[in-house]
Design a protein around this ligand. Structure first.
Ligand code: TMP
Ligand code: ASP
Length: 235
């Protein structure tokens, strides 16, 4: 397969596939960053693990009526995806208070929220991904009001599917981040990845953190936790 790098982010590379006008190759890296790139390292096998976990989850979502960019896993650390134009909005959905919600507002870590909270962050490394509202999104012309309604509805549906799925694997879905894009027909579909890099997952019994917070806050057993999530998700 002849491929040309067209985009490199902090955790993934996107390649154009020669002779293929509809699909890209999405490759997962072992590189890990936190706090907008301030903390940098590698997590052994992370590319392979996140590719595997994302493949299983996107397959589940595709089979549950959620349109995603995932087509198929083609190697240990890469997958074929539909071409999309990413919308510069990071959609965060929370079930349990943690992370920046605890820092910014008067929630206690571990407190179950009365209902899922959907938040939007401006996907901009220069600006440090600030929290913003739908009105900002409309003013910046990142998406239309109808598109945002669709994104919010899909996010809440995805939350229900993933909460049930992870719980069946002994994991609580605390919160997660999604990215959507417009496909070649202009339809909004789920893109990017769903992995321990982009979700908070706590063990159902012990509440042990099993996600990127182990890397962010130097909690140890980083690779082991990513491996354990992969083992549970694929079993
Ligand atoms: P936060 O509590 O730090 O705002 O993170 C909320 C969720 O979003 C958490 O599951 C981790 C995920 N996330 C990303 O995927 N990328 C990011 O850049 C950040 C800050 C969070
Ligand atoms: N991915 C983001 C970064 O590097 C932040 C994070 O996941 O904490 O900067």
């Amino acid at each position: 397969m002849e491929k040309t790098l067209i985009y490199e982010g902090k955790a993934k590379k996107i390649f154009k596939i020669s002779g293929n006008e509809k699909e890209y190759l999405q490759e997962f890296k072992d590189d890990a960053t936190a706090f907008n790139g301030v903390k940098k390292d590698q997590i052994k096998n992370k590319g392979k693990v996140n590719n595997q976990i994302t493949s299983v989850i996107f397959d589940l979502l595709n089979n549950s009526g959620i349109k995603t960019h995932f087509i198929k896993k083609v190697s240990e650390n890469s997958m074929i995806v539909s071409i999309v134009d990413i919308i510069k909005v990071e959609v965060v959905c929370r079930n349990i208070a943690a992370g920046s919600l605890v820092k910014k507002f008067a929630f206690k870590e571990g407190e179950t929220l009365k209902n899922p909270l959907v938040e939007f962050y401006y996907k901009s490394d220069e600006l440090g991904d600030p929290l913003f509202s739908e009105d900002h999104i409309l003013l910046l012309e990142l998406a239309t009001s109808d598109e945002m309604k669709h994104i919010r509805n899909e996010t809440l549906k995805i939350n229900e599917i993933l909460k049930t799925f992870f719980l069946s694997k002994g994991l609580k879905l605390v919160d997660f981040k999604l990215e959507f894009g417009r496909d070649l027909n202009g339809e909004i579909i789920l893109a990017d990845e769903i992995s321990p890099d982009t979700c908070r997952l706590w063990d159902k019994v012990s509440n042990k953190k099993m996600d990127k917070d182990r890397f962010r806050f130097d909690l140890g057993e980083v690779e082991e936790s990513y491996d354990e999530v992969m083992r549970r998700v694929t079993n």
